[in-house]
Design a protein around this ligand. Structure first.
Ligand code: ADP
Ligand code: MG
Length: 243
């Protein structure tokens, strides 16, 4: 294991703690569409243990992004709660939810969402400085992470000077820069060609294994999903285990 991941030392894929690192309990989310009410999540339950990787496989419109945004405290459920390491979050003040999200959750989107006017390294340094690290510390860890992800010679490139796969690897580095315990990825390879997607996914899977991150990856790719510890889908608003 690389030093850069050494401060995240869970490292097992079997559930070994009594409390899941992430627990969605009776989560409900509806959207109004004209006169109709769409029950996207309806009493959804999902427990994720430290070190576990879960593929979320469901058709477009099934509610994958909705689930990930709620799990990552980016959105509120209409009912139910999200427990992060045993702590209920629904009733917390926004500032506290933001603090937990910053410390515990990394998010990767389908498009990289890097800041275009900043270099790869600066994009990875920024969230760490927001969390309170010194610039020197943040740069050291950022450079190590990018190097670990195969971008050691791209530190000073801006996003427009990187390939799609490289951009997404910078986004992965940014997502784990603050050593979160939960990584949520919303179709992270969905914009990449098959070959590049495969390589980015390999990198992501390797990092997840080495770090002991608990991970949910939404993907349409069953081959990639097959490499995760578990596969779940969303059916009638519920999270259902596959296989
Ligand atoms: P997925 O990520 O699986 O494609 P989403 O979670 O984005 O699905 O969306 C699930 C459903 O909820 C879709 O039918 C979508 O149209 C609907 N939806 C998502 N966001 C909103 C919103 N802000 N307002 C109304 N409907 C929404
Ligand atoms: Mg989506």
């Amino acid at each position: 294991m690389s030093d850069v991941m050494a401060d995240q030392d869970v490292g097992e894929t079997q559930p070994q703690e009594e409390i899941p690192i992430l627990f969605l309990h009776q989560v409900e989310r509806t959207y109004k569409q004209g006169d109709a009410t769409l029950h996207i999540l309806n009493n959804a339950e999902l427990a994720l243990w430290a070190g576990q990787s879960v593929a979320l496989v469901a058709p477009s419109g099934a509610g994958k992004s909705t689930l990930l945004h709620i799990a990552g405290l980016l959105e509120h459920p209409d009912h139910g709660d999200v427990y992060i390491d045993g702590q209920a979050t629904a009733a917390l003040a926004d500032s506290e939810r933001t603090r937990i999200r910053r410390n515990e959750v990394g998010f990767i989107y389908q498009s990289h969402r890097l800041l275009p006017e900043f270099t790869a390294l600066e994009n990875v340094v920024m969230p760490q400085m927001i969390r309170g690290l010194s610039r020197a510390e943040a740069k050291k860890r950022g450079a190590e992470l990018l190097d670990y992800l195969g971008l050691g010679n791209r530190l000073n490139h801006r996003p427009a000077e990187l390939s799609g796969g490289e951009q997404q690897r910078v986004a992965i580095a940014r997502a784990v820069a603050n050593a979160p315990r939960i990584l949520l990825a919303d179709e992270p390879t969905g914009n990449l060609d098959v070959h590049t997607a495969e390589r980015v996914f390999d990198t992501l899977a390797q990092l997840v294994r080495a770090s002991g991150l608990a991970t949910i990856i939404a993907t349409h790719n069953m081959e990639l999903a097959a490499r995760m510890d578990r596969r779940v889908t969303i059916k009638d608003g519920l999270v259902v285990e596959l296989e």
